[in-house]
Design a protein around this ligand. Structure first.
Ligand code: PHB
Length: 395
């Protein structure tokens, strides 16, 4: 058993945990970052693709970040329904844009930068539990892949360890404690080798169901279509997958190519009842989950980190607990706005299998209310490109 001490222990080497370690280091605060996965696993898991402008501006501070060079700026999206496409022009409406830059590329940049800066970053380190969060010396107890046990005593413990967080029970009192909602549909996602079918993302509401045409690079594309949550990911042939996608994006000839990955993404909304208990706090998916429709997941995690960094800076450098005491309340304002936006974009574009004709026609009315109104378009553009990151103690 090894016994160590560090100011902040961060559980989880995803975008939130890694960015927090960077911001803390800039404040002169050391940390240890632990993740049960290997570096390869972290760098290869396919996740989200859209970064808000504020997220990109933060990543600009990471030496070697490729968000602006390898990523692509997107100045709009298309909403397609009833056989017509409607472009939402982000810069024209709100003076902001988003960047298409896959999360695993963000992770490669962050891991390389943190290791180069001498960050104590440990892969294959499984945290079993957190103790004494109610004291000023919380302890993180776990085991390395080689079987050795470890215990780390800190001033503060951060749960950045995703939707199956092991830190969450310490903060909320249970592994599930939170506000929760499930949806009667999911997304079937594919990655294929093909050129882009469209310059910008197409969110398509069709009588056959929803589809999203996204991208990864000049040669790899990401596409999704609405499916039953219990769909067997291997049941459909490639030809069936293309036929399904094509039928849901009438008016666009999708460039087809070999499909090399498929997955089913379940839709969930979740917000933990508590985000902080004593000297432990949650950020990112450990604190909340959104359905993928508004592309908010990673961006929301980054917004939590900005707030928690400021709170820990005040606590550990100035013994000032005020920002920490305000952390949950301040973070929750943005979290619930993002929850609403993700739920709203989901309900705007998807119909549940039991939907009536009334539901379908009402939905078309709602879609028209958005695209035929500058105010409607602007709400979507503001939320999609990201509200300004909070700056003051109460934002
Ligand atoms: C993606 O490219 O994975 C993606 C893009 C936009 C979304 C969700 C996912 O709203």
């Amino acid at each position: 058993m090894t016994l160590e001490r560090t100011p902040v222990t961060i559980v989880g080497a995803g975008p939130a945990g890694l960015l927090l370690s960077h911001l803390l280091a800039e404040s002169g605060i050391e940390s240890i970052v632990l993740d049960l996965r290997s570096r390869d696993e972290i760098e290869q898991t396919i996740r989200a693709g859209i970064l808000e402008q504020g997220t990109v501006e933060l990543l600009d501070g990471i030496p070697g970040s490729r968000a602006r060079t390898v990523g692509h700026r997107h100045d709009g999206i298309e909403l397609r329904f009833a056989g017509e496409g409607h472009r939402i022009d982000f810069p024209g409406l709100v003076g902001r844009s988003v960047w298409l830059y896959p999360q695993h590329e963000v992770l490669k940049d962050l891991i390389a930068a943190r290791l180069a800066a001498g960050q104590d970053l440990r892969f294959g380190a499984t945290v079993e539990r957190v103790e004494d969060a109610g004291t000023t010396s919380p302890r993180v107890i776990g085991r390395h892949d080689d079987g050795t046990a470890f215990e780390i005593v800190s001033d503060f413990v951060v749960g950045a360890d995703g939707s199956r967080s092991v830190v969450r029970p310490t903060v909320t009192g249970s592994s599930t404690g939170g506000y929760f909602r499930e949806y009667p549909f999911a997304w079937f996602g594919i990655l294929c080798e093909a050129p882009p079918s469209s310059e910008e993302l197409i969110y398509s509401n069709s009588p056959e169901g929803f589809a999203l045409i996204s991208q990864r690079s000049e040669t790899v594309q990401r596409m999704y279509f609405q499916c039953d949550p219990d769909t067997d990911v291997d049941a459909m042939s490639e030809a069936d997958l293309w036929e399904t996608l094509q039928a849901r994006v009438p008016g666009t000839d999708l460039a087809e190519g070999p499909i090399f990955q498929r997955d089913v993404l379940r839709f969930r909304s979740f917000v933990a009842h508590e985000l902080r208990h004593g000297r432990a706090a949650l950020v990112g998916d450990a604190a909340h989950t959104v359905p993928p429709t508004g592309a908010k997941g990673m961006n929301l995690a980054i917004a939590d980190v900005v707030l928690l960094h400021r709170a820990l800076d005040a606590l550990l450098r100035h013994a000032d607990e005020r920002a920490l005491d305000a952390y949950a309340e301040t973070a929750l304002r943005r979290i619930w706005k993002a929850q609403h936006f993700s739920w709203w974009m989901t309900s705007l574009l998807h119909l549940s299998p039991e939907a009536s004709d009334f539901d379908r026609l009402r939905q078309l009315g709602e879609l028209r209310s958005v695209v035929e109104s500058e105010a409607g378009q602007r709400y979507l553009a503001e939320a999609y490109t990201g509200w300004p990151l909070e700056t003051g103690a109460h934002g």
